[in-house]
Design a protein around this ligand. Structure first.
Ligand SMILES: Cc1cc2nc3c(=O)[nH]c(=O)nc-3n(C[C@H](O)[C@H](O)[C@H](O)COP(=O)(O)O)c2cc1C
Length: 168
């Protein structure tokens, strides 16, 4: 099946998660590619969509919010998987779902929704970003759990494989 993996990322952490998802989908025999939200032109011929956004100040990045606002109707007609990438709540060992994205996500009626732990690298942040993360008490580090991410992607591949088999 043809799967579009749409990823909004500022410092590449979420983009790299998108790439791992694309790899797993391709390994399972699907056609997949990653694009930025602003580069989504037509969804014609696309069989499924994975949407992923980094979380800033408890919400999805603006280009992803704009895409969902503009294309919710069209997206709802396709099987959609959704992930967020953030660090909220890491101190308690749990990444929280991005509170302010939940309304958007509901509009999409996704097959599955998840939040992956991201990365905080002070060297890549601007002054303002550093101040915000210091205030939030976030510790630097790459918290991405590649096995979890890849397993989630394989679940998508399997689900779509079954749909294909059912369609005969
Ligand atoms: C200024 C700033 C604000 C952030 N706000 C949140 C937040 O509200 N919730 C959250 O879960 N993560 C938050 N994060 C963590 C980012 O989501 C995390 O660093 C993510 O991996 C960034 O992905 P990217 O490299 O793809 O942009 C914030 C990070 C920065 C630098």
């Amino acid at each position: 099946m043809k799967i579009l993996v749409v990823v909004a990322s500022k410092h590449q952490t979420t983009a790299e998660i998108g790439d791992a998802i694309v790899e797993e989908l391709r390994a399972a025999g699907h056609q997949a590619r990653r694009v930025a939200p602003a580069d989504v032109r037509s969804l014609a011929g696309i069989d499924a969509v994975v949407l992923g956004s980094a979380v800033y100040m408890t919400q999805w990045m603006e280009p992803m919010r704009a895409l969902v606002a503009d294309r919710a109707e069209e997206l709802r007609r396709l099987p959609v998987w959704v992930f967020s990438c953030g660090l909220a709540g890491l101190a308690s060992g749990q990444v929280q779902d991005p509170a302010r994205a939940s309304g958007l996500i509901r509009q999409l009626d996704p097959v599955a929704v998840t939040t992956f732990k991201g990365r905080l690298d002070a060297a890549t942040l601007g002054l303002r970003e550093r101040a915000v993360t210091r205030m939030g008490g976030a510790a630097e580090g790459d918290y991405r759990e590649w096995d979890t991410i890849r397993a989630w992607a394989r679940g998508i591949a399997a689900h779509l494989g079954e749909r294909l088999a059912e369609a005969g």
